[in-house]
Design a protein around this ligand. Structure first.
Ligand code: OSB
Ligand code: MG
Length: 367
């Protein structure tokens, strides 16, 4: 499969409501969108890095530069029999797992389309729909209760609340009191340290499915120490960017659950290894999200069809975040199940009429 050309776009999508996590508030989603071409086929992927290094270190500007000056020149005009060949070519570059993921994911979509197969089949997944939950940003207690109520009524299978110091015990206590039976989790996005162990241990009484990434984004060791002080399982997100990260976390009991984001983990080759390693340790995984557009969401949904994705993912309805998506299809959950887009590759196509209205940068590349 020869890569004949590429297009690198920057897209800006306004959010219906601002999304607040411990590290800050997102008002709009700005992301790179990559298209790889081969003959008449197009493979799509988006990057999950933010304009500022507020979730992990990668940035949109850095990813664009690396993609434009290093990755694309390495792959344009070349032929690859399968995604592993492309993965091996990018692997020696240090870090930058989000930028690498974008390139590899676009190639997987292209490759699946060249074989006329849905992406899930090539990943080893199966099924027509996956379980989903929602992630609720930080907001006042009253408003949180309202939003939990709406989403529980809609059938979402798990509610994740964002927490930060000063906005933790009280909100979890209030939601648990109102909704005693739901699957409830908390995500701190690295807002705490080991000095907060006793406060985090007080969350044990609320029967959370897990606490996501309480400690530093680049830490594994201290999460292992913290896990020995808690009953609630810890789930790692930011800390897991490679199979090696996953192995270390699993071996040191720093993660009893893993949130896999293909866009954070360097792509599918790495994500499949993380999935299998976790299974070998009897650790369940689930598919996270980065407020992606329909392109990134479709990728996430295909990945979620693998067997060890035992817990509901964050791939909730696109209409919760965006007035209008950049794809022609609608990615909407029904009773807590998100349908897997049908057709070859990721199964969704760009809305070419809308795309120019939300494009803030565009470059084309030929061999
Ligand atoms: O930690 O999972 C996270 C959004 C932006 C940055 C980090 C995270 C999130 C979410 C949103 O939780 C999940 C979604 O895409 O719906
Ligand atoms: Mg998270």
């Amino acid at each position: 499969l020869r890569i004949d050309g590429a297009e690198l776009r920057v897209v800006r999508l306004p959010l219906i409501t601002p999304f607040t996590i411990s590290s800050g508030t997102l008002h709009e989603k700005i992301f790179p969108l990559l298209t790889l071409r081969s003959g008449g086929l197009h493979g799509y992927a988006e990057g999950v890095m933010d304009p500022l290094p507020d979730y992990l270190e990668e940035t949109v500007a850095g990813a664009l530069d690396l993609t434009r000056t290093v990755f694309l020149p390495q792959i344009l005009g070349k032929s690859f029999d399968n995604p592993q060949g492309l993965h091996r070519l990018l692997a020696p570059w240090r870090g930058n797992s989000m930028a690498k993921a974008m390139v590899e994911m676009a190639f997987w979509d292209l490759w699946a389309k060249s074989l006329d197969l849905p992406l899930k089949s090539l990943l080893g997944g199966a099924g027509d729909a996956v379980d989903v939950g929602v992630s609720l940003g930080i907001m006042p207690i009253e408003q949180t209760i309202d939003r939990v109520s709406t989403h529980v009524d809609e059938g979402y299978k798990r509610i994740k609340l964002k927490i930060k110091p000063g906005h933790d015990l009280e909100i979890i206590r209030a939601v648990r009191a109102q909704f005693p039976g739901i699957h409830l989790t908390a995500d701190a996005n690295s807002a705490y340290s080991l000095a907060d162990s006793s406060l985090l241990a007080r969350l044990d009484e609320f029967d959370l499915d897990y606490i996501e990434q309480p400690l530093a984004w680049n830490d594994i060791h201290d999460h292992g120490v913290l896990q020995r002080r808690l009953r609630t399982p810890l789930c790692l997100d930011e800390s897991i960017r490679s199979p090696e990260d996953a192995r270390k976390a699993l071996q040191s009991d720093a993660a009893r659950v893993i949130n896999i984001k293909v866009g954070r983990s360097g792509g599918y080759v790495n994500s499949l290894k993380i999935h299998d390693l976790a299974e070998a340790f009897s650790v369940p995984v689930w598919c996270g999200g980065m407020l992606e557009s329909g392109i990134g969401r479709a990728h996430n949904i295909h990945l979620s069809t693998l067997l060890n994705f035992q817990k509901p993912g964050d791939t909730s309805s696109a209409s919760r975040y965006f007035q209008r998506d950049i794809i022609e299809q609608k990615l909407e959950a029904h009773h807590g199940r998100m349908p897997v887009p049908a057709g070859s590759g990721i199964g969704v196509s760009l809305d070419q009429g809308f795309l120019p209205h939300v494009t803030i940068g565009l470059e084309n590349f030929a061999p």
